[in-house]
Design a protein around this ligand. Structure first.
Ligand code: GDP
Length: 453
C-alpha cells in the first residue's frame, strides 16, 4: 500500500500538532525532511522510540520537532508509522505536511489510517466504527459504550453467537456430506433448540440499538400541553435561553422548535410543540397535527399541566392521547397556589414531578425521572451494543434468516433448505463485524471519518 500522511490534530491553533505518516516508505519519507540532533535516522530507530530534531527546507530551519517511530505491525495502522509532533501553528503544520508530501507521501483520505488498521487486521469493522464514536462522544456514558466497542465488545459477542451457528452448520454439513459414515443423525428437535437460543441472543442484541441511540443521539422528547400551561417557558428553562416565543396569548407556539439539552448523564432532544387543543385556526390546526405526529415518534413525552387551574377537558384529551406512551406529567407553576387535582394525574402517569418553569425550580426531579426511565443497568457496556444503522441492518437480516430456518424446520422441510438459510445468517454476521464485507461498504464506513484519523 502507498505511504500516506495527514495532520492528525484538529485544524486549529494549539500547543502542538501531530502529523502522521504511514506505509512502507514512512521512515524514508521522514528521513528526507527530518534531521535528529543526535544524528540517528528514522529508519535506524526502534519501535516506540522518539528523537528530537529539526525539520528544514533548503537549509532553512522550519521547526524543532519530536519524531516517534512505530514499527509494523506494532502501530495503529499495522504499517510502519512515524508521528511528528511540531509546534501547533496552522502555517507551520501545513508547511511540514507539504514537505512530507513533496518527499513522496500521498495525502491520506478521511479515515484512511483507521481503514488501514481494519484492512491489516488490527481491528474489526465495529471497532473501527467505535473509534469515530469515541472521538465524538459527548458524555461519560456515551464514552463508556464507545470505548467498550473500540476494545472489541461487539466483536466478542458476535463471535460467541457465530460459533454456535458454525457448530449447527458443521453438524448439518457432516450429516449431509458423509451419510454413509457413522455421523450422528441431526435431530431436528436439538437443532431447533440451538436455533432458538441463537435467535434469543440476536434479539437481545438488537434491543441494545434503541438504548445505544438514546445514549448517542439523546432521548427524542416532546413537550405537550394545552396553551398557556408553560411549555415554552419549560423549554427555555431547560435549554437555558430564550428559544421559543413566550407570550400569554394562547396558541402562540406554532412550529416545532428543536433543542439538544444535557440533563445529568442523559441528553434529550426537545421539541416544543403547539398546544394540543381543538381549534378552528388553520395554522394552529397544522401545529396540533404535527404535535400528535411527534408524540407517536417520541421516546419521551413531557406532558405539562397548570397546577393553578383545574384539569380541563383539553388536558384530559392529551392524557388520553398519551395512553401507553413513555410520559412524565409535569405539574407546572408550583409557585402559585394549587388548584389542579394531582391525584388524578398520579393515577394516569407513572411519573409526575412538580416544577416552576418560570423560576427554574424542580428540574432536578426530571433528572431523577430520566435516570429511572432510561438508564438500563441490564445493558452492560462490556457486552457491546449495536452502534449504528449499518450494524442494525446486518443484525436484523441475520435474525430474520434464523427465524426463517426455524420456520422451515417446523414445517418439516429438508435440512438442506435449513442449511442454506443458516448460511445466510452467518454471512450477515460476518458483514456486521467486517470479516466479509464489500469494498464499497468499507469505503462508505470510512468516508464518515475525519482526515488524519
Ligand atoms: P405555552 O403556551 O404552554 O407555551 O405557555 P408559555 O410558556 O408561553 O407560558 C404561558 C404563561 O405562563 C406565561 O405568561 C408564562 O410566564 C407563565 N408561566 C410559565 N411557567 C410559569 C410558572 O412556573 N409559574 C408562573 N407563575 N407562571 C408561569
Amino acid at each position: 500500500m502507498s505511504t500516506v500522511a495527514a495532520i492528525s490534530t484538529p485544524n486549529a491553533v494549539g500547543g502542538i500538532s501531530v502529523i502522521r505518516i504511514s506505509g512502507e516508505n514512512a521512515f524514508q519519507v521522514a528521513d528526507k525532511v527530518f534531521r535528529a540532533y543526535n544524528g540517528i535516522k528514522a529508519c535506524e530507530m526502534q519501535g516506540y522510540t522518539c528523537a528530537y530534531g529539526e525539520i528544514s527546507e533548503k537549509e532553512q530551519k522550519l521547526d524543532d520537532v519530536v519524531l516517534t517511530v512505530f514499527r509494523s505491525p506494532k502501530s495503529y495502522t499495522g504499517e510502519d508509522v512515524v508521528e511528528i509532533s511540531c509546534h501547533g501553528g496552522l502555517f507551520i503544520t501545513r508547511q511540514i505536511l507539504r514537505l512530507i508530501l513533496d518527499a513522496g507521501a500521498e495525502l491520506a483520505q478521511p479515515g484512511e489510517f483507521t481503514k488501514r488498521a481494519f484492512l491489516n487486521g488490527k481491528m474489526s469493522l465495529t471497532q473501527a466504527e467505535a473509534v469515530m464514536d469515541v472521538i465524538s462522544a459527548n458524555g461519560k456514558n456515551e464514552l463508556k459504550y464507545a470505548v467498550a466497542l473500540k476494545d472489541g465488545a461487539m466483536f466478542k459477542r458476535i463471535s460467541t453467537i457465530r460459533k454456535k451457528i458454525v457448530k449447527s452448520l458443521g453438524d448439518l454439513a457432516a450429516w449431509a456430506d458423509y451419510p454413509e459414515e457413522d455421523i450422528p443423525y441431526v435431530d431436528p428437535v436439538n437443532l431447533e433448540s440451538e436455533l432458538e437460543e441463537i435467535k434469543k441472543e440476536l434479539l437481545e442484541l438488537s434491543r441494545t440499538y434503541d438504548y445505544g441511540k438514546i445514549i448517542k443521539d439523546g432521548i427524542n422528547t416532546v413537550i405537550v400541553g394545552r396553551p398557556n400551561v408553560g411549555k415554552s417557558t419549560l423549554m427555555n428553562c431547560l435549554s437555558g435561553y430564550e428559544r421559543s416565543i413566550v407570550t400569554n396569548i394562547a396558541g402562540t407556539t406554532r412550529d416545532v422548535v428543536e433543542e439538544y439539552v444535557k440533563i445529568g448523564e442523559l441528553a434529550i432532544r426537545l421539541s416544543d410543540t403547539a398546544g394540543i387543543r381543538e381549534t378552528e385556526d388553520m395554522i394552529e390546526q397544522r401545529g396540533v397535527e404535527i404535535a400528535f405526529g411527534k408524540i407517536n415518534e417520541a421516546d419521551l413525552v413531557l406532558a405539562v399541566f397548570d397546577s393553578s387551574e383545574e384539569i380541563s377537558e383539553d388536558d384530559k384529551k392529551i392524557i388520553a392521547a398519551l395512553d401507553g406512551k413513555n410520559a412524565v406529567a409535569i405539574l407546572n407553576k408550583s409557585d402559585k397556589s394549587r388548584v389542579a387535582d394531582s391525584d388524578y394525574l398520579e393515577k394516569h402517569f407513572k411519573y409526575m414531578i412538580e416544577i416552576s418553569a418560570k423560576n427554574s425550580s424542580g428540574i432536578d426531579g426530571l433528572e431523577e425521572c430520566l435516570e429511572k426511565m432510561f438508564i438500563n443497568e441490564e445493558i452492560q457496556a462490556n457486552n457491546g451494543i449495536i452502534a449504528n444503522e449499518r450494524q442494525k441492518l446486518c443484525l436484523e437480516s441475520a435474525l430474520s434468516e434464523i427465524s426463517n430456518a426455524l420456520e422451515i424446520l417446523k414445517n418439516g422441510e429438508s435440512l438442506d433448505a435449513v442449511t442454506v438459510v443458516i448460511d445466510e445468517a452467518l454471512a450477515n454476521l460476518l458483514k456486521l463485524t467486517g470479516e466479509s464485507v464489500t469494498e464499497s461498504v468499507v469505503n462508505e464506513v470510512f468516508s464518515r471519518f475525519c482526515v488524519g484519523k
